[in-house]
Design a protein around this ligand. Structure first.
Ligand SMILES: *[C@@H]1O[C@H](CO)[C@@H](O)[C@H](O)[C@H]1NC(C)=O
Ligand SMILES: *[C@@H]1O[C@H](CO)[C@@H](O)[C@H](O)[C@H]1NC(C)=O
Ligand SMILES: *[C@@H]1O[C@H](CO)[C@@H](O)[C@H](O)[C@H]1NC(C)=O
Length: 450
């Protein structure tokens, strides 16, 4: 019984198919009677890629279209976009053109939107209908998602910093980090060494321990092959308390000359700075003093120029730097030098302010050394040796007024003799200068390694 039913169904189906085939061949026959050839696609529809906002043109190439009509259909939404030369939806971004005596049919889409992305079908109303599909890709240039991207940031030295740069776009953009000044990025200590890289890829730039050298502008650059690339500049400020370095703690100059005292400091945020004389007076820019400050990021070079030195100008000065994290002072001592040849400016000052030594208690030194070592340096050009010698061995009467600031050494006041500079130099100068030099080097070394 079941067998009979199945056989009947199979038979019926075969019959249907036969009928269908017959119908089709009839239709074919009638069509070929009117025109010998049926329409066919000459080539596949080329895929198109265009950026959002631009125009895309999809092209369908058909041979022997004859009187058949071409329709464009958006596949995913099953929307009929055009039939022959008529645009169906009310969308003035769309246009259909044809050329080459109906062989090429173009679908133009202006002002592209991401929703236009997808497959498009070119269909011909043959019986049965024939169609081909082409893909339209709509790209989006990269952009920075501000809400998910770091802004300028200030942190304390040695803290951990994570910068983020979120980029949008299609295809997904690639994010690269680099420093604006071209220096390498310090990712932080990795074991014993610190690891630096010229550039870093990814949404995050994580630095485990930022130092003052890491301060600066960081750029994240997002690109996905669709121009233009975009970048964001993030300023990283690293705060630390001031540090002062005084290169010349002892500066010698002659009466009447101009002299420049300097302090080098490092600080962030930018510190308030000042120069203070040993009597506690804060020095201001005026005819007597010229205060300058050159800053290169967190490095500052502060200078004090004192014009037309008078007796009272010799003594101690300090440079002070203060920021939110602390303050620091640096000390400079200004001493007088008697120019070897020039006539002293005033007899009174000469008598009173020429350098004197006080070192007779020290067995390793004697008067002739002292005499030789002093009064030689040219004005404004004390070498390090003479400075250390001066600081260790010499006592100037003018420095009495600056005692409060001098923390280096207790002063020995016995046996002070006024000296008359290089004119007092007597004999054995070569040997003496060698031994002086040895002592100076020794003293300098002691000072440095102290
Ligand atoms: C067109 O794009 C689609 C989807 O990306 C892809 O599957 C197809 O192979 C592409 N055709 C050509 C001719 O590149
Ligand atoms: C960087 O830090 C962020 C958050 O601070 C974290 O989500 C991310 O996984 C880190 N990335 C790397 C590579 O460590
Ligand atoms: C002092 O100097 C003289 C010559 O310059 C030298 O002969 C003498 O030994 C020195 N005295 C001491 C105590 O060094």
């Amino acid at each position: 019984m079941i067998f009979i039913v199945i056989t009947t169904i199979v038979f019926l189906c075969n019959f249907c198919e036969l009928l269908n085939n017959f119908k089709t061949s009839l239709l074919k026959a009638s069509t070929s009677a009117q025109s010998p050839k049926r329409p066919s696609f000459a080539e596949p529809i080329p895929n198109v890629t265009a950026a959002v906002g631009r125009e895309a043109v999809l092209q369908c190439t058909i041979d022997d279209l004859d009187s058949f009509k071409v329709a464009w259909i958006k596949v995913d939404t099953e929307t009929l976009l055009s039939y022959h030369t008529h645009v169906v939806p009310r969308d003035n971004r769309l246009k259909v053109t044809n050329s080459n005596s109906d062989r090429q049919w173009f679908l133009h889409i202006k002002n592209l939107d991401v929703s236009d992305r997808g497959f498009y079908m070119c269909q011909i109303n043959t019986e049965p209908m024939i169609s081909e599909r082409g893909y339209l890709d709509v790209t989006v240039p990269p952009s920075i998602v501000e809400e998910k991207t770091s802004t300028d940031i200030t942190v304390d030295e040695r803290s951990k910093v994570s910068l983020r740069c979120k980029a949008a776009g299609y295809p997904t953009p690639r994010v690269i980090w680099r420093r604006e000044d071209g220096k390498e990025i310090n990712l932080g200590p990795m074991g014993a060494q610190k690891s630096t890289v010229p550039r870093m890829e990814g949404e995050f730039l994580n630095m485990t321990q930022v130092m003052r050298e890491d301060m600066g502008a960081y750029l994240c650059i997002a690109s996905n092959g669709v121009p233009p690339s975009v970048s964001k500049r993030i300023l990283l400020q690293v705060n630390f308390q001031p540090k002062i370095r005084v290169n010349n703690q002892m500066v010698g100059a002659a009466l009447g000359s101009d002299v420049v005292l300097g302090c080098r400091l490092e600080a962030s945020p930018r510190p308030l700075t000042s120069w203070i004389r040993n009597d506690g007076v804060i020095l201001l820019d005026n005819k007597k003093y010229e205060l300058t400050e050159e800053a290169d990021s967190y490095r500052i070079n502060m200078q004090l120029k004192i014009r037309k030195l008078e007796i009272k100008d010799f003594g101690h000065y300090k440079c002070v730097a203060k920021n939110t994290l602390g303050d620091k002072e640096g000390f400079v001592r200004l001493i007088e030098i008697i120019p070897p040849t020039s006539v002293p400016h005033s007899t009174q000052s000469q008598e009173f302010y020429v350098p004197v030594h006080k070192g007779s208690s020290d067995a390793s030194k004697n008067d002739s050394h002292m005499k030789k070592g002093y009064g030689i340096p040219a004005p404004n050009s004390l070498r390090d040796e003479s400075q250390s010698l001066s600081s260790e061995e010499k006592q100037m009467s003018s420095s009495k007024e600056g005692e409060t600031l001098d923390s280096d050494k207790p002063k020995r006041k016995q046996n002070q003799h006024p000296m008359q500079g290089s004119q007092t130099d007597s004999s054995g100068s070569c040997q003496t200068s060698i031994s002086i030099y040895v002592i100076l080097v020794f003293l300098l070394a002691t000072l440095l390694f102290d």
